[in-house]
Design a protein around this ligand. Sequence first.
Ligand code: FES
Length: 527
Amino acid sequence: MRVTGTGHASMRIDTAAGSILCDPWVNPAYFASWFPFPDNSLLDWEALGDVEYLYVSHLHRDHFDAAHLKRFVSKDATVLLPAFPTSEMEDELRELGFTKFLKAPNEQVVELDGGLKIMIQALTSPTDGPIGDSSLWVEYDGVRLLNQNDARPTDLSAFAELGHVHAHMLQFSGAIWYPMVYELPQAAKTAFGKQKRDRQFDRTWRYIDDLKADHVFPIAGPPCFLDDELWQFNDIHGDEGNIFPDQSVFLSEYAKVGGTNGVVLLPGSVAEITTSGASTTHPVPVEEFFANKVAHLEEMRERKRPVIEAEKASWRHPEVDVLKEMQRRIEPLLEESIYLAKGVGGPVRFDLVSYDGESVESIVVDFPGKQVRPYADEKVRYRFRTERALIEHLLHIGEVDWVNSLFLSCRFSAARIGQYNEFVYAFFKCLSTERLQYAEGWYDEHERSTDAEDITLGDWVVQRRCPHLKADLTRFGIVEGDQLTCQLHGWRFDLASGRCLTSVGHKVRAHRAGEQQTPAPAGEAAS
Ligand code: FES
C-alpha cells in the first residue's frame, strides 16, 4: 500500500485495487484564516484527483474544500460516504458533480472491487464536527491502515478487532479558537493554552497506545495563519501556550514518552507500507523543512496575500439589516429549541464592529426570552465581538453553521460569565431546522438515557461512562483528590457534589468507595 502525503488531513492511498483520495484541502478556510501547512498548492492535483474513490471525513472546510473537489477530483470517483444523520454531505457533493456514492454502513467492513476493504466509523453527536465526523479503515493485501483523522471516538476497539494495524494516521495538534480569542490576561491565556496543548498530546498518546500500530503518522493539523491579523497564532513565537504545535514538535514530544515509530508526511512524501515495514521518501528532508519553517511561512504569506485580500473584499454586504435578518433566521429556531435553549440558559451578546472600526452595534440572542433584540444593558452569558462584515456575509450566504465559519476563523474575541457552555456553540452550529431537530433529538435521548454501570477509581465509585460524550472512564478517567478528569476532552468533575467544573450541566454520579450512594433527588438526572 502506498500513501502519498497531500497536506493537512489529506492523503492519497494507492493499492493495486484502486486509489482513495482523502480530504483534499487547498483553498483557505474560515474567512481566509486557515491555510494548509505545509503548503500543498503546488502539488500535481490533476494527477492526484484522478482516483477511483473519494473519502471526505466530514464537512469542516479544512476537510471539505468545495472549489477544489469541483475542479480537481474525478467525477467518476465513487464517494465513500459515512453514515451521517443528515444528508448534507451527499447533497453538497452532488451539487459539485459527484454521482456515485457508496453509503458505508456504520462500522461494517465493505469489500470493494479487487479485494480492497474499507470500514467507516461515523461519529454523530452534535459536537462531532458539523453534525458528524468519521474515520476510515482500509485493508489491502494484508496491510491495514486507519485514517482516524480528527475524529474522537471513545476508543478504537472497532478497528483493533479487525486485526493488527500497520499505519495509524491521527490528529495531535489544536483545531479550535480556545483560549486565544478569550479576553483574558496574557498569563491566564498562556496557562490555559499550555494545559490544552498537554491535553492534546495526552489524548494522542492514548489513541496510539490503543491501537499499537507499527507506524504513526501525525496528520490533520496544524493549519497556518497567513493574514497579518492572525499571524501570532502560528507556533513560531516561542509561546508555550500555543495550541498549534507542528509535526516536528509531535516527534520530539512523542520521543519523550518512548515513541519511536512516528512518520511525518510532507506534501509529496510517499510512504510504502507493507506488513513488515514502511519506507518513506520526502520532497525535502523533514528536519531541514522544519528548520526553515519561518521562511516557508513568510514566503507563503507573501504569495497568498492577494487571495486573502480578494476574500476580504467579498465579505461586506451593507444592504443586510443584521438585526432584522438575525431575527428572521434565529427566532423561529429559538422557538423550536428546548434542550439547547435551556442549556444556554441566558442571553448571548454580539458586539459588531462597523467598517470604521469604531462604532459598535450590540445585538442579543435572548435564549430564555426566545428573541433577538438590541442589547439592553443586561448581564449576558457570553459576549462575542467581531466585525459586522463577517455577520453580514454569514447572513448573505445563509450560513447554517457559524462554528464552521465564524468561530473557527478566530476572527473574534469572546468573554463569558461562568463555565464553558457547549450548548452555545451547539446552537450556532445548528442554524437550520434539520440540524436543530437532530441536535435536540440527540440531547433528548441522552438526557433520558440512564447509565447504571459504576466503576471504582481511586477512593471513588463513579459511573463508568463520562457524562459528556460517554468516554469509558476506566480508560480516560483520572482521579486526583476529589476531582475526576476525563482525558478525552479534559472535562473535570467535583466528585463530592458530582458537579461538572468545565461546563454547565453534565453531573456525574459518584460516591466514596465503602459509603452508600445518596439517591439523587427526584427529577435530578445523574448523567
Ligand atoms: S467524553 Fe468528553 S470529557 Fe469525557
